[in-house]
Design a protein around this ligand. Structure first.
Ligand SMILES: Nc1ncnc2c1ncn2[C@@H]1O[C@H](COP(=O)(O)OP(=O)(O)OP(=O)(O)O)[C@@H](O)[C@H]1O
Ligand SMILES: [Mg+2]
Length: 127
């Protein structure tokens, strides 16, 4: 770990170096746990350039996938997608969904195919 750069914006900050944000993390984890209970949920991270939005988002991704019992046992599939300027919402949604399906076992793909019809073929969404 000697050459690990904690200020690399492309990676999650090393947990031991990740400072603050406890309240934000707990707030968002609570929102995500609503989803587990069948309710929809969304949140918006905003703040000054370089304040740590992406780092927080990536920390949340790792928590959401972790199935950590102390953090609501979320065990979610996640995707990270950067939308291009002018990109239509439909294509953002399609790309994000297909990142999720890439991580699904074939039994789940099969079940989705049976339920979703034309928008889901050969393990891929086309919207
Ligand atoms: N909680 C934190 N503890 C320690 N370092 C952090 C923390 N959050 C972010 N950093 C560091 O600060 C830098 C900027 O963070 P980040 O890229 O997440 O900011 P941002 O708000 O997404 O920036 P931009 O507005 O440019 O997208 C990164 O190099 C990251 O490693
Ligand atoms: Mg950012």
């Amino acid at each position: 770990m000697a050459d690990y750069n904690p200020f690399n914006p492309n990676s999650v900050v090393t947990p031991t170096l990740f400072a603050g944000r406890t309240q934000q993390v707990l707030h968002i984890v609570n929102k995500l746990s609503q989803v587990k209970r069948g309710m929809s949920s969304s949140f918006f991270l905003h703040g000054e350039r370089g304040i740590g939005k992406t780092a927080l988002a990536k920390l949340i991704i790792s928590i959401a996938e972790s199935g950590n019992k102390n953090l609501k046992d979320l065990n979610f599939l996640t995707s990270y997608y950067s939308a291009e300027k002018g990109q239509h919402f439909t294509s953002v949604l399609q790309a994000s969904l297909n990142q999720l399906t890439d991580k699904l076992p074939s039994s789940s793909i099969k079940r989705l195919s049976e339920r979703l019809g034309d928008i889901f073929k050969n393990g891929k969404f086309s919207l």
